[in-house]
Design a binder for this molecule. Structure first.
Ligand SMILES: [Zn+2]
Length: 133
């Protein structure tokens, strides 16, 4: 093997396809279906794959700056939602915290609402019975 071939190889030899979340793969297909991109990239999917040897985009396309900042804003919103959801789940599990209290209050209110509806139904039933008697 020639020395140049070795020195040309990036840090992980053979793993020269990089997806938009920064993972490196040995082939384009694997990079294009990177699971981490769904979680870590601002796009929520693999937007593009670069061949690190040439710097060329070999899958998808590079976003414009505008597209990128839109994606960042959307991702931050998404991540904030996920963070809130996670915080909520955590508090529900620990059975403490303001989100937990709020959820419990909401469920109480729902129960009370259902109860008063049932009571109303019962009253109507009684009235029906009385009318028929
Ligand atoms: Zn990725």
């Amino acid at each position: 093997m020639a020395i140049e071939t070795l020195s040309n190889a990036p840090s992980f030899s053979g793993y020269h396809f990089e997806c938009c979340c920064g993972e490196q793969f040995s082939n384009v297909h694997a990079a294009a279906t990177c699971k981490k991109c769904r979680v870590y990239s601002v796009w929520g999917y693999t937007k593009y794959v670069t061949d690190l040897r040439t710097g060329e985009v070999v899958y998808g396309e590079l976003p414009s700056e505008e597209e990128y900042s839109e994606a960042v804003a959307a991702a931050n919103e998404r991540w904030e939602e996920e963070r809130k959801e996670w915080e909520f789940q955590k508090q529900m599990w620990l059975e403490q915290g303001d989100l937990y209290e709020a959820e419990m209050a909401r469920r109480e209110a729902e129960k009370a609402q259902r109860r008063s509806e049932e009571e109303e139904d019962t009253l109507w039933d009684i009235q029906d019975d009385l009318m028929q008697a």
